[in-house]
Design a protein around this ligand. Structure first.
Ligand SMILES: C[S@@+](CC[C@H](N)C(=O)[O-])C[C@H]1O[C@@H](n2cnc3c(N)ncnc32)[C@H](O)[C@@H]1O
Length: 289
């Protein structure tokens, strides 16, 4: 049985990047009256108690969400994301961090549908508990990679699939491009968002190269790299998000979010936004270079 539990990392800088981008994508989907579907293939437990022993053990949120939370009254590209985090907390103390599943639910309308997949029995049970008052949200204990292929396209034919694995099994880097391509063939208009860690071993570069060689054309990437990895990050010195079929003009929004996070972390960091098929984004203007 795999041992990864996101509670040890909840609210770290990678979560800030991933969830701030997720908010922006879902806001675009919710602009149109047609209903949409979100599938979260690796949903985690939905809510994370930052006062728990597990979250406090490494305390990654101290160098992730916390500085942004403390500055949340200043308008910024993270304002809407921080308002969602605030909706799960009362007062100024940041106690609860909402994961992707709760953030998605927060931005969805009653007619939209949310499908959450989580394989780990303990996380699955905690996820069910987090959504016990909302029976319309579907929660399944399955393999998220298989669901990525099997469960698209959704009936709504509009929506987003978030693929946020733990990469505990090294083969996931090689398998993901193949699985994503199968899903893309079934649903070429679908939006997919894939998160990956940037580790000292740079395992993600092979994944990006494999994706570049597929026939998936529109893949926009955001990367944040720390100059000096914080001690608690176990060698994760960066974080990346790939968006397949981003909304029109999304590179400007993505660049604003990426540069803002990179520029306001407590350690020196650099943000980069680029198209996987090599169209570069100018970080000064946010426009295609
Ligand atoms: C990075 S965490 C998810 C965090 C969550 N998406 C969020 O942003 O709040 C990855 C999750 O995937 C689960 N997991 C690992 N392998 C899986 C698989 N094959 N299928 C579904 N879930 C899996 C882990 O138990 C863990 O909860």
């Amino acid at each position: 049985m795999l041992s990864y539990q996101h509670i040890y990392h909840a609210g770290n800088f990678a979560d800030v990047q991933k969830h701030a981008v997720l908010v922006k994508l879902l806001q675009v989907l919710a602009q149109k009256p047609q209903k949409f579907c979100v599938m979260d293939t690796h949903a985690g437990r939905g809510l994370y108690d930052l006062n728990s022993d597990e979250a406090q053990k490494i305390g990654e949120f101290n160098s992730g969400i916390l500085p942004f939370w403390e500055a949340r009254r200043e308008p910024s590209p993270l304002t809407d994301y921080l308002k969602i985090v605030a909706a799960f907390n009362s007062g100024d103390d940041l106690k609860i961090y909402p994961g992707s599943a709760k953030i998605a639910q927060h931005l969805m309308r009653p007619a939209d549908s949310l499908l959450l997949i989580e394989r780990h029995p303990g996380e699955f049970a905690a996820l069910q508990e987090s959504f016990k008052d909302t029976p319309a949200v579907k929660i399944e204990q399955k393999d998220g990679f298989q669901c990525l292929i099997d469960r698209v396209p959704p009936a709504e034919r509009r929506g987003l699939v978030l693929v946020d694995p733990s990469y505990e099994i090294k083969s996931e880097y090689a398998e993901l491009p193949k699985q994503l391509r199968q899903a893309f063939i079934k649903w070429p208009q679908g939006q997919f968002m894939i998160w990956y860690p940037i580790l000292a071993a740079e395992m993600h570069t092979r994944m990006l190269t494999a994706l570049r060689l597929t026939d998936i054309k529109d893949m926009l990437v955001s990367e944040i790299r720390l100059e000096a990895p914080p001690q608690e990050s176990f060698g994760m010195y960066g974080s990346g998000v790939i968006i397949v079929n981003p909304p029109f003009g999304f590179e400007t929004t993505l660049n604003e979010v990426t540069q803002f996070i990179a520029g306001h972390l407590p350690v020196k960091a650099a943000g980069d936004v680029f198209w996987l098929n090599n169209r570069q984004i100018n970080p000064e203007t946010g426009m295609l270079g």
